[in-house]
Design a protein around this ligand. Structure first.
Ligand SMILES: [Zn+2]
Length: 266
């Protein structure tokens, strides 16, 4: 069993402010360490559960957040960005069997996390697909499914956990904190790390047949931008059309075409 881990920071225990996600800020150091500790907890649990390969994608900002010297010996990590449309899931096409998402967060425009955003806090006001608001969890779990690797555990904010359960109740969730406005009420990092450990153990024991989510046959993406000028420019992407002042629509059947649209139009 090959286990893939995609790790973000805006859903790590206790995190609350943009400065805590930003490498150049002194606030960042503690949350980089906590992100690393959550990833290490998941790696160790996966290896104990019999994973033959564990591949981690550092998936926040520079993609150079996780303290690599802390990783268990048999884990591999992808740092930096290749530019491939799989983005936060780069490497999931290497024969991975189950995906784990750590430190994930609610979608742009949604309450429940002061740091809610979707792929880019600078450009995206909201992404809907087939009429439903999509978070990075949706984008990336679909990417996993596209390559035959269902998501089995997600950690992050409580509002995201509700969304994950609605998407597929079989997915284990770890709720690190609940956000209200620009505040969070968080479990202690040690408690979250213990829950990730227990959750990974549980999730990797489940038969794959339990995971029911599948890829839709058709995707109608509507990307609402923070500024009308962004929609005007992206409206020239092949196959896309600007449908109102700040929204571009793109439709496809093959999910890779949706990934490519997001790669160039977010
Ligand atoms: Zn992030």
């Amino acid at each position: 069993m090959n286990v893939f881990i995609s790790a973000d920071i805006e859903g790590v225990a206790g995190i609350c402010s943009p400065s805590e996600t930003n490498k150049a800020d002194p606030d960042y150091q503690e949350f980089r360490e906590l992100m690393t500790a959550e990833v290490v907890a998941a790696c160790e649990a996966a290896l104990e559960a019999g994973a033959t390969k564990v591949l981690v994608k550092d998936a926040h900002a520079s993609a150079r957040n996780i303290i690599v010297s802390a990783l268990p010996e048999s884990v591999e990590i992808i740092r930096g960005w290749s530019g491939h449309p799989t983005s936060m899931m780069q490497g999931v096409d290497q024969g991975m069997d189950r995906a784990i998402m750590l430190g994930y967060h609610s979608a742009a425009s949604q309450q429940g996390n002061p740091l809610s955003h979707t792929m880019s806090g600078r450009t995206v006001h909201r992404l809907t697909v087939n009429g439903q608001v999509w978070s990075e969890f949706h984008i990336n779990s679909m990417t996993g499914l596209y390559y035959g690797c269902p998501t089995v555990l997600v950690s992050g904010d409580t509002a995201l956990a509700r969304v994950v359960k609605a998407y597929d109740p079989a997915i284990e969730t770890v709720e690190a904190f609940a956000g209200t406005g620009l505040s969070v009420q968080s479990l202690s990092p040690k408690k979250v790390q213990a829950e990730i450990r227990a959750g990974v153990t549980q999730a990797l024991q489940r038969p794959l047949d339990d995971f029911r989510a599948g890829l839709p046959e058709h995707f109608r993406l509507q990307l609402e931008y923070k500024h009308h000028s962004m929609a005007y420019e992206r409206g020239f992407y092949p196959g896309a059309q600007q449908i109102n002042d700040n929204t571009v629509q793109f439709e496809c059947d093959d999910y890779f075409d949706a990934l490519r649209f997001m790669k160039f139009c977010i």
